[in-house]
Write a protein that binds this ligand. Sequence first.
Ligand code: PRP
Length: 213
Amino acid sequence: MSQPRLTLALSKGRLLEDSEPLLAKLGLAPAEGLDDRLLRLPSRDPDVQLLVIRPADVPTYVEYGAADFGIVGKDVLMEHGGEALYEPLDLGYGRCRLMVAAPRNRAPLPAFHRPRVATKYPEVARRHFAAQGEQVEIIKLYGSMELAPLVGLADCIVDLVDTGNTLRANGLEEIETIAQISARLVVNKAAMKMKHQAIRAWLDRFRAELGHA
Ligand code: PRP
């Protein structure tokens, strides 16, 4: 059997679940269903194989051409730096906000105190506060950012907010929106040239399925 010409990188976890309806409509669902142990698997389209990888790794696989295209959250793209990839499509699902949040009843910070910001997105946070001329100390965490202000690890957090339930449950409030987030289709720059027709055709199919002109 011939090798698939294209490789699509998918973000394992919540975004993969959100992507399943679109993948199914496009004929790109995993041919034999998902299997946690399988990292590379055939899709229903013999021309496209799937990689199921950690969201934060999707931009890297696509940037280096190990995958021709990928589906990834805008939050992950912002943290990675999107310049090395094409980002032709907002897929419209996986919507949430990247926010600065802090304890509701916080005392004012002492003068000359450099606020500590706990986040999974150190680059985004650094750029955001630098653009505001604010000196902060960034503390990189890998999850459950909401805990950090409760235990004195940080003064505020930069994290994804969807319903706001996690913030409320932990006595935090939204301070500022950094960005609106949704799933994006990203494409390797070289593949866009070398596999132009195949990629173009897929972009048209994605657009048609999303109801874009
Ligand atoms: C995300 C995010 C918040 C929560 C927000 O975490 O980091 O903790 O969802 O959702 P809400 O506003 O609807 O409460 P996720 O569950 O993805 O796990 P994580 O902490 O490992 O990122």
